[in-house]
Design a protein around this ligand. Structure first.
Ligand SMILES: Cc1ncc(COP(=O)(O)O)c(C=O)c1O
Length: 382
């Protein structure tokens, strides 16, 4: 096998239909969407149709969707403006959020003196809901809760409805980094009282450099970028029309095939778990990866029974054999920083072993899994 791609949580392969759409729009619809002539109006209609497609699927208003360059920008917009414009003084979050959130919280603490509070986590990476509830009871400071829907390294899922009920009942705002769930799970924003969510097209077979923020109506959020009036004044700058069109096609296809692909990918994941258990004695699964009720079907974080010395060679060897996956380990090389997620949930002993994140898409096959297991088996037995 020449190459095997098991890193779809980092970024996913674009579908052919998406590439065709991006190409077609680049070629034929090149007007500036802010121009009032026919070229401009054609571009504008692509943007507005995409907004409608997204809002229809997610159960929200089209005006509540703001296009961005991706998830990092959307997270930054929401967190920064909540503090700067809405007067948030306390952010309740967790230490296993993506750095797009954690580093933003650090900056907000430095620049605005906000109080960050990080919730306790269990060994699966689940938050302590009772602690959240008791923290929310103290509403002396305006509070934003920022908790990701699906953890990008270990796949643990948040009970987003439960958190939304808690924040609503206690007058707090709720932002969820949903980048690993949009396009992979149904979300109904008319029922789930989350104030802000985010998405990036490249996580669901769309183009890189485009995503969106859902910003609930009348939230009062303001732009971080000053310039034109694009995106209802919330994000100045000429829109990447071809990317937004690609996002629309990727989004439509993701939801059109959702149930079929979910079943297919979950079956692959279970096949992988069984094969690893069978062929790699001592293998462990990080987080709640093997519990379908608590974890996404799209990824598996595996802790391998390998000595730290040998571990240094592992990713290199996998790469040599054409296998693309992500390092999910705490620290295998003195010069590199390890995973901030695993260091929050693993014990000392498991942190010394290499952990690998395999993430899947409907492009993967069982033959590819057989190949990876064979390569791992051979590496471990040497
Ligand atoms: C949970 C999470 N948040 C934020 C991001 C950043 O997204 P982007 O690179 O599209 O800005 C990622 C990407 O890996 C992610 O997995």
């Amino acid at each position: 096998m020449n190459s095997v791609y098991f890193d779809s949580a980092a970024t996913s392969q674009m579908r052919k239909e998406v590439i065709d759409r991006v190409y077609e729009v680049m070629k034929n619809t090149f007007g500036n969407p802010s121009s009032t002539h026919a070229y401009g109006r054609s571009s504008k209609s692509i943007i507005e149709n995409t907004r409608k497609t997204i809002s229809k699927q997610l159960g929200c208003n089209a005006a509540e969707i703001i296009f961005t360059s991706g998830c990092t920008e959307a997270d930054n917009l929401i967190l920064n403006s909540c503090v700067r414009d809405l007067g948030v003084q306390r952010i309740i979050s967790s230490k296993i959020e993506h750095h797009a959130v954690l580093h933003t919280i650090d900056e907000l603490q430095k620049n605005y003196g906000i109080e960050p509070v990080f919730l306790n986590l269990n060994s699966c990476g689940e938050i302590d809901y009772a602690q959240l509830e008791s923290l929310l009871k103290d509403n002396s400071k305006k509070t934003l809760v920022s908790l990701m829907h699906i953890n990008n390294e270990i796949g643990t899922m948040l009970d987003i409805e439960r958190v939304a009920k808690l924040t609503q009942a206690n007058g707090a705002l709720f932002h969820s980094d949903t980048v690993q769930s949009v396009g992979h799970f149904d979300l109904d924003l008319s029922k789930v009282g989350v104030d802000f969510i985010v998405a990036a097209a490249h996580k669901f077979h769309g183009p890189k450099g485009v995503g969106f923020a859902f910003i609930r109506k009348n939230s009062g959020l303001q732009s971080l970028i000053f310039g034109g009036q694009q995106e209802r004044g919330l994000r100045a700058g000429t829109e990447a029309v071809h990317n937004i069109a690609g996002l629309e096609t990727a989004f439509e296809l993701a939801y059109q095939h959702l149930e079929k692909e979910k079943k297919y990918i979950l079956d692959l994941k279970n096949y992988f778990i069984d094969a690893l258990k069978k062929h790699i004695p001592g293998v462990k699964f990080n987080g709640a990866c093997t519990d379908a009720s608590k974890s996404t079907y799209t990824l598996l974080n595996v802790c391998l029974p390998i000595s730290p010395e040998k571990a240094l060679m592992l990713l290199f060897q996998l790469d040599l054999k054409g296998i693309a996956c992500s390092k999910g380990s705490a620290c295998q090389s003195g010069s590199e920083k390890g995973s901030h997620v695993l260091s929050e949930i693993l014990n000392e002993e498991d942190l010394k072993k290499p952990s690998i994140r395999f993430s899947f898409s409907s492009f993967n096959t069982k033959e590819e899994i057989d190949y990876v297991v064979e390569v791992l088996k051979e590496f471990i037995s040497k």
